[in-house]
Design a protein around this ligand. Structure first.
Ligand SMILES: C[S@@+](CC[C@H](N)C(=O)[O-])C[C@H]1O[C@@H](n2cnc3c(N)ncnc32)[C@H](O)[C@@H]1O
Length: 259
C-alpha cells in the first residue's frame, strides 16, 4: 500500500472538506453516539462529527496524517480517539459503533467484500452508515483511470486481470452491503475543484498528492511525464471555466442500516 504520509495530502483534504459535512448530515443525529470514521486521513469527517457531539474514533494507516488530525482536534477543542490501522481487519470488537462513516477511503481497501463485512461487524444492530465514493464518470474518474493504467502497465497486468469493484455503481453497492445484512440507498452529490488554470491544478496535485508522488516512484520519470501530459489534457478538456479552472465531479453518499 502506498503511504499517504508522503507529500502534502492536506491540500486535497481542504478541497474535500464540504463532503465531510454532507456525510455527517446524512447520519444525524450524532450527538452522544459512538462514530467510527474509516480512512479518516487528516480528520475532516471526524472533526465535523466531534464538533456536533459524537464520540469519535478515526482510523487510518497514515501516521503523519493521524498526527495532523490530532493537532486539528486540539486546535478545534474537540475530543476524538485516533487509531493507527487498516480495514483488514478493523481492530474493534463486534457492535462497537452506532455510526460508521468514510469519505473517499473505501476504494483504497484491498477487498470490498472484506471491508463491507468489517463495517457490518463493528456496527451496532441499530447503527447507521454514511460512505462517500466517487462515481466512475467525469474528469476525476478519467484522471484516476489514467493513473491506474500507468501503474498497471508497469506491473504488466493484462486488462482482463484487472478486476476493480465499482464503488460508484448503486446496484453493485446494494448487493455488496445486502450480503452483509445492510440495506443502503445512494444520493448523487457534486463537488467542484478550482484553481487558476488547468496547469496549476495539475502541478498542485503532481507536487503534493500522495497518489501522484507514489505513482512517479512506481512508473519512472519518462512514463510519469507522459501521464502528466495526459492528465493535463483531460483537465483542459473538462474545464468548466475558460478564465480559470473549475472541475465538478459527481460522488455518491451511501447511507444505510442493518436490516
Ligand atoms: C482520499 S483520502 C481520504 C481521507 C479523508 N477521509 C478525507 O476525507 O480527507 C484516502 C485515505 O485512505 C487511507 N487508506 C488507504 N488505504 C487504507 C486501508 N487499507 N485501510 C484504511 N485506510 C486506508 C489513506 O491513508 C487516506 O487517508
Amino acid at each position: 500500500m502506498a503511504s499517504w504520509d508522503i507529500g502534502s495530502y492536506e491540500l486535497t483534504a481542504a478541497q474535500l472538506e464540504p463532503v465531510a459535512g454532507v456525510s455527517i448530515d446524512a447520519v444525524e443525529p450524532v450527538a452522544g453516539r459512538t462514530l467510527l470514521d474509516l480512512a479518516c486521513g487528516t480528520g475532516n469527517a471526524s472533526l465535523e462529527a466531534a464538533s456536533r457531539g459524537a464520540r469519535v474514533t478515526g482510523i487510518d494507516p497514515a501516521t503523519r496524517l493521524l498526527k495532523v488530525a490530532r493537532l486539528r482536534a486540539t486546535e478545534a477543542e474537540v475530543d476524538a480517539e485516533w487509531v493507527h490501522g487498516d480495514f483488514h481487519p478493523l481492530p474493534f470488537e463486534d457492535n462497537s459503533f452506532d455510526i460508521v462513516t468514510s469519505v473517499f477511503g473505501m476504494i483504497f481497501g484491498a477487498d470490498e467484500n472484506d471491508i463491507a463485512g468489517e463495517i457490518a461487524r463493528v456496527l451496532a444492530p441499530s447503527g447507521r452508515i454514511a460512505i462517500a465514493t466517487w462515481v466512475d464518470t467525469g474528469v476525476m474518474s478519467e484522471v484516476g483511470n489514467l493513473i491506474r493504467s500507468a501503474v498497471e502497465e508497469k506491473v504488466q497486468l493484462p486488462p482482463e486481470d484487472r478486476p476493480r469493484f465499482d464503488w460508484g455503481d448503486e446496484d453493485n453497492l446494494k448487493l455488496l452491503f445486502a450480503d452483509h445484512g445492510i440495506s443502503i440507498q445512494t444520493e448523487t452529490r457534486r463537488l467542484s475543484f478550482r484553481a487558476d488554470s488547468p496547469q496549476q491544478m495539475s502541478d498542485e496535485w503532481a507536487d503534493n498528492h500522495p497518489v501522484w508522488l507514489a505513482t512517479r516512484e512506481a512508473v519512472g520519470s519518462e512514463r510519469y511525464d507522459r501521464l502528466r501530459a495526459d492528465i493535463l489534457a483531460a483537465l483542459e478538456a473538462g474545464n468548466e471555466d475558460p478564465a480559470a479552472m473549475k472541475l465538478t465531479s459527481d460522488y455518491l453518499v451511501i447511507t444505510g442500516s442493518p436490516v
